[in-house]
Design a protein around this ligand. Sequence first.
Ligand SMILES: *Cc1c(COP(=O)(O)O)cnc(C)c1O
Length: 370
Amino acid sequence: SVGKEELESIKKVFESNWIGRGPKTEEFEHLFSNKINVDRDNVCTTGGCTQGINTILEFLDLNKDDEIIIPSLSFIGIANSVVSVGGKLVFCDVDERTLNTNLNYISDVVTDKTKVVILIHYAGTPCEDIDEIARFCKDKNIILIEDNACSPFSKHKGKNTGTIGDFGIWSFDAMKVMTTGDGGMVYCKDKRTMSKLREYLYFGLITKSGLSNKVDDRWWEFDISLPGRKSVVNDIISAIGIEQLNKVDKFIERRKSIHDFYSDSLKNLDWLRVPLDISKHIKSSYYMYWIQLEDIEDRDKLAKFLRNNDIYTTFRYYPLHWVDFYKKLLSNKNLQNTESAALRTLCIPLHPSLTDDEVLFITDKIKEYR
Ligand SMILES: *Cc1c(COP(=O)(O)O)cnc(C)c1O
């Protein structure tokens, strides 16, 4: 869903002779912060959601014994980030019908060593009790990070997800609701921390570089506040981001109408479940649509039947405690909802470029399966 508007704005960046991080990136951060209703000083662009989480965890300077809770039903890059900074990975369960975690499952695995919780809003639907989770974490001095990759413009009681916890991270990867090819955005509730994190995302530099450095002599001298990394986007990416921001409400509207059509067409089939209705105080980004098969046997068979009819389906996210690499690292007990959901859930196509005919074809084929 990128087109001539994006091409036109990339052309302007080329003509400006400034393709690195510069004015377009500043404009993008400004427009994005407006869109999610926060101050410009609370956000910063970054190379992607995984890079953002990785950088935040490094920045938090965790100890070896510190425990970080994530749902097992979560993205591989997040677990990798936790392990790569030397944190101890702890998996929590999810609700089988929403595939979101909640305060019960988090408190089940909290210990006095828990330092961070990283949750996702599955498929774009906000965690129902995100306010309670945030309050719980605050009381216990636990940092709450929202992986907001699925839910870029989702809202919970009027508040954009990603801005409810201490940190939120967006992804503009090629598959996401809004894309720049690759890219991301970090939100931090505390502006002073954000300003340090902004330095950290760019080598830890505390002096300006290039012509922005206005000192009279030896403008090549510099200092750093921290040994930071470089995880930024450039003005080509930001120019695409600005155009996508203009379009994204339309994308989400189209996603919603496909989502609603799927639910209407499939809700009366007694051999599958459609997602629960979305509550009134919640707004979804409609990142994924999924069905759950009553009979576990049906899931893989239906997936194959659909693929033989040129319909690609998948399951997100393959439980991390089933990934061999992570299986070895921990002994997990009670993730029964995660396991059950992982055996009966199937994500079917949902993106704004689907035509009405294609959507109808998909529901017809699902009905034809049985
Ligand atoms: C796509 C995705 C990511 C990764 O985003 P990148 O920008 O590609 O690093 C992280 N978390 C979730 C839940 C995702 O869906």
